[in-house]
Write a protein that binds this ligand. Structure first.
Ligand code: RP5
Length: 166
């Protein structure tokens, strides 16, 4: 049963957004993934976002580039938490999308991750789901501990071999 809805404005967004799907798969979190454009097909977006709750979706991850209306419109059309992923790849390297997605009016929040930060969007979605899922919380605690161990390993190697041989 999908708990996360991953939506993007174009197939040109897919390469970056696939990092979100990959993380959710690693964590055993069901998701659906769709390409729907807010500007090119607003009716399809309205249908998808306004029925997300009834499909069992709990968090929406929305990636878009350029004018990037998609995350904001998902937040307008659904009460679900929306995580926006500003995408680069066009002329302004994602600065256009990041400002668009961040600047939501009061009352309609979108949590915005870094430009092309699809993996972090999935981690944040997992953290939201984990507040009501203790098994998932335990997996995230392990994930955090693993990351910490990796940094310690890197530092130990640096101390051992020095920066030139690292
Ligand atoms: C946005 O416009 C999409 O999210 C995409 O990042 C960008 C350009 O889309 P394409 O022209 O590549 O289809 O709506």
């Amino acid at each position: 049963m999908p708990q996360v809805g991953i939506i993007m404005g174009s197939d040109s967004d897919l390469k970056v957004m696939s990092a979100a799907a990959k993380f959710l798969e690693e964590f055993g979190i069901g998701y659906e993934m769709v390409i729907i454009s807010a500007h090119r097909d607003p009716a399809a977006l309205t249908e998808w976002a306004s029925t997300a709750v009834s499909r069992g979706i709990k968090v929406i991850i929305a990636g878009a580039g350029m004018a990037a209306a998609l995350p904001g419109m998902c937040a307008a059309l659904s009460v679900l938490p929306v995580i926006g992923v500003p995408l680069s790849g066009k002329n302004l390297q994602g600065m256009d999308a990041v400002f668009s997605i961040m600047q939501m009016p009061p009352g309609v929040p979108v949590a915005t991750v870094a430009i092309d930060g699809a993996k972090n969007a999935a981690i944040l979605a997992a953290k939201i789901l984990a507040t009501a899922d203790s098994a998932l919380m335990a997996k995230l605690e392990q994930f955090t501990a693993d990351q910490k161990a990796q940094v310690a390993e890197k530092n130990a190697r640096l101390q051992e071999v020095g920066y030139e041989r690292y």
